[in-house]
Design a protein around this ligand. Sequence first.
Ligand code: XUL
Ligand code: CO
Length: 440
Amino acid sequence: MAKTYFPKVQKAIPYEGKDSKNPFAFKYYNKEQRVGSKTMGEHLRFSVAYWHSLLGNGADMFGGASFERDWRQPSDPMDRSKETLDAAFEFFEKLGIDYYCFHDRDIAPEGSSFSHSIKNLQTIVGLAKQMQKATGVKLLWGTANLFGSPIYSQGAGTSPNAHVMAHAAAQVKNAIDATKELGGENYVFWGGREGYETLLNTDLKHEQEQMAKFFHMAVDYKKKIGFKGQFLIEPKPCEPTKHQYDTDAATTLSFLREYDLLDHFKLNIEANHATLAGHTFEHELAVASAAGKLGSVDANRGDLLLGWDTDQFPTDIYSTTLAMLIILKQGGLGKGGLNFDAKVRRSSNDPHDLFHAHIGGMDAFARGLLVAHAIIEDKVFSRFIAERYRSFDSGIGAKIMSGKVGFRELEQWIIKEGKPELESARQEMLENILNSYLVR
Ligand code: XUL
Ligand code: CO
């Protein structure tokens, strides 16, 4: 019998409905259930983050590994990677999740030379391809780890050393190749060290121009090899760098616009990165969506009492509902999905905790989807918003928006019409309505 890494879960996690007390069952996520024009599975496109769920060992700044992970036992790095891949696919199948995401260095170890690293990656990609075929699990996105190696300590694409930048480019080339080989639907750029600590040693403009060059080279390469996946950039304001160039959605969009890259990228918005940037999750989703650039989501949550990237599993249904309202309003995530870039706590040392964590996250988003769908169907907020802006539908408002009037005409109009009358924005009433949908 093949080795099993999750013996307490024998078969796929079932949907048992909201009254179930079974901790290994979904209460809201019912993959085939239709919500509007799509099934829940099609709406939510959940994904496991390989780095946290398969490689996380519970270590923090104050102590080493605390997790029991049979698949991390082999001492040979390639054997360890192969066992990890086995455990990963056992987990994906038992959880009933359709997608996963990885960094190149998550799935295969760095070798003694660059060519050795490529060989390791290609070997594991070959195995992953077979397992994807056998299970039907797909790759939501691939990416490159351009932050772990000491050579990237001063940046990768934005390193002051051209040799380092070339190394990063070569690594990304191979990560895109691996993603293409596995049918990845997206490729993510997260610039962990693309930022700076002090302007005393940094040419900020030069680094931004380097980053733009890096992205243009990636776009050219994508075209050359015919990779059909969507390129995504994941904003984050800090950690590990103090000032990160892709601080938030608005900053990243402005960078893409300035360097003529906007047509080639969308954004991957992460909840905890939004809160680190001093925004709400829904604000970042709304900014990306308003620009037509909301491509995918890293679904997690932070802790408002802690100022760092805690990467907790999302359980707050208020937040998932507000997120799903934006996602549904833009007609879904397209090629993107909801990737659980989240880790179980150091004290959750049993591998089966990975099931509880993902079940909770999937149920929180399924419930958010159901509530958001009902709110949209009932036109609860859309009707209020349309009414609130109605003065732009005709008369002077329509003239302003169509550019038919300027300051002079508006001055004449105000002299004639006088003082405006204000209507209440009814925030508290609307918050009560939202709560009434959540507690049904
Ligand atoms: C780091 C983070 C990354 C990206 C992928 O905060 O979110 O794991 O999602 O590199
Ligand atoms: Co992330």
